[in-house]
Design a protein around this ligand. Structure first.
Ligand code: NI
Length: 175
């Protein structure tokens, strides 16, 4: 396993729409293992493949609390089958939007279909924080960040701060 570099905004790569995964094989599982290790090291609770520059529809997640044993989850080619009308607000953050948090409103329940670590089809009803997390990660597959749900004013303020932080680290800005 290896820790990969996480891409941070603003970066054009994060706006890509990710592609469907054709086959869940050992190469893909090795990639998911790397994603999980990268997420744990960050540390974070969710990571989409595009955040390490791979535009495939893959998400890893672990919502276990510190005192609980690890509970990794893997979602390949996830689709939302149904979303509740009832909405809920959580404060969100993102490994690609470091140290920035804001409230986002999303459906409180979603029923999803996806392939698991072994490539088996699964359906799952997600609620509350899990529902928010899966929707946040699925947004990444469409090139959407949580800051895209905020007002233009707030988004631009956050992007300017991130840009400034990047310049401070001497990172070159991709076109
Ligand atoms: Ni994110």
């Amino acid at each position: 396993m290896a820790i990969r570099q996480i891409i941070t905004a603003p970066d054009i790569r994060l706006k890509q729409v990710s592609e469907q995964v054709d086959a869940v094989d050992d190469d893909l599982r090795a990639l998911m293992d790397d994603m999980l290790e990268t997420m744990y090291a960050a540390p974070g609770v969710g990571l989409a493949a595009i955040q390490i520059g791979i535009s495939q529809r893959i998400i890893v997640m672990d919502l276990a609390r510190d005192e609980e044993p690890p509970a990794p989850r893997y979602f390949i080619n996830p689709e939302i089958l149904e979303a509740s009308e009832e909405l809920v607000i959580y404060e969100e953050g993102c490994l690609s939007v470091p140290e920035m948090y804001d409230e986002v409103e999303r459906p409180n329940k979603v029923r999803i279909r996806y392939l698991d670590y072994h490539g088996n089809p699964q359906e799952h009803e997600c609620e509350e924080f899990l529902a928010t997390c899966i929707q946040h990660e699925m947004d990444h597959l469409e090139g959407i960040l949580f800051i895209d749900h905020l007002s233009k004013l707030k988004r631009n303020m956050i992007l300017r701060k991130l840009q400034k932080a990047k310049r401070g680290q001497g990172e070159t800005q991709p076109a």
